[in-house]
Ligand binder design. Structure first.
Ligand code: GAL
Length: 348
């Protein structure tokens, strides 16, 4: 495995942004930017399966969290408020009346520092006390490693000087027929989950843990992503497609399990997602709008990429019955996600 560094561009404020290319012996290549610690591309079996942009102005012009680390708190916190140790905290609201993916200037918009440690890329960002309304100075490290089995491994670590809340994820949009190949047609997904968290009209959990049985949310057997997406089912109507937190079965703290698998018939590419987190947001790019042109002039219209965001449950700080997302002062947060790629013979 080799890692190469090159200048990618600079932010509006003149900060240099670097691109690190991780390449294994099979020729699989991942490009990671110091802007947002974002995965900019992932070339597997000759196909670039991740949506992204070619320039910094494009990254700064979009608001889709393209490839980035979402933090401090991935997904929504209702009303931008939560209580911790009897104190109420108010966060910046950037999604109507709610807080989304860390707020107005979340981790996706920060320039991270980067070091190469042997065959791992280590990115770090220190979020000052009070940033976006969160308590405590939080040091976060995200480590990227591409192994010889074509697995992109992501490790998250964080520590804070006060009690706080934390939920870190990667917001890559995948299209296994290639970024810019159009909609998600011909790609089937399996999610190993009996339950999901039901949403309200603002995409916030209602607190109800719902069974997937007899609904279009049931992916225990593989289904085409687009097959049932426009069904007249209230959860899909609310979100304009899939945009929910599934609860993969067999959660044991700190243990990896397979959460989901996606297969594209045309390319023969299969992606399996492993995680130690209690939830996974399956989002079908319902808000993609093609406004900012993607890499090599590609267009990213609605539903042309899917995200599989391994995570704690959205709005967990406001629900006592959700797995806790509290990070105690001085304790290490540690979590892992693996995106594993394999190729089968295409059907055609
Ligand atoms: C997803 C979220 C969507 C939307 C998207 C960003 O993670 O679930 O509702 O906000 O990020 O456009």
């Amino acid at each position: 495995m080799e890692i190469k560094k090159q200048l990618f561009g600079q932010t509006k404020t003149g900060e240099a942004v670097f691109a690190f290319t991780l390449k294994n012996q099979a020729g699989t290549k991942a490009v990671i930017l110091t802007y947002g610690a974002a995965v900019q591309s992932l070339e597997f079996a000759g196909v670039d399966v991740i949506l992204g942009y070619d320039t910094m102005p494009d990254y700064e012009a979009q608001d889709k969290y393209m490839g980035a680390v979402a933090g401090r708190f991935a997904n929504r916190i209702g009303g931008g408020r939560f209580q911790l140790n009897g104190t109420e905290y108010t966060l910046c609201c950037n999604d109507g009346a709610n807080h989304l993916h860390g707020g107005i200037c979340g981790f996706d918009k920060k320039v991270w520092t980067a070091d190469v440690e042997e065959d791992t890329l280590c990115m770090r960002y220190t979020s000052p006390n009070g940033e976006e309304g969160y308590p405590g100075t939080l040091c976060t490290e995200v480590r990227y490693h591409l192994d010889e089995e074509n697995q992109l491994q992501i490790e998250y670590q964080a520590i804070c000087d006060t009690d706080t809340v934390l939920n870190l994820t990667n917001h890559s949009y995948f299209n296994l027929n290639g970024h810019g190949s159009g909609t998600l047609q011909g790609q089937e997904i399996q999610i190993f989950a009996d339950f999901y968290t039901e949403n309200d009209t603002a995409c916030l959990p209602t607190g109800v843990i719902a069974s997937v049985a007899d609904t279009p949310m049931d992916f225990r057997q593989p289904h085409e992503i687009l097959e049932r997406i426009d069904t007249d089912f209230v959860q899909l109507r609310h979100a304009g497609g899939y945009d929910h937190n599934w609860i993969p079965n067999c959660f044991v703290k700190e243990q990896m399990r397979k959460c989901a698998e996606v297969y594209a018939r045309k390319s023969g590419i299969r992606l399996a997602v492993f995680s130690d987190q209690p939830g996974i947001q399956f989002y079908t790019g319902n808000f993609l709008d093609g406004i900012v042109k993607g890499k090599k002039g590609a267009s990213y219209p609605r539903r042309s990429g899917f995200c599989l965001e391994t995570q704690g449950f959205p709005n967990a700080p406001n629900y006592g019955h959700f797995p806790s997302t509290v990070l105690r002062q001085g304790e290490w947060f540690r979590s892992r996600t693996v995106f594993a790629f394999t190729k089968e013979h295409p059907d055609t």
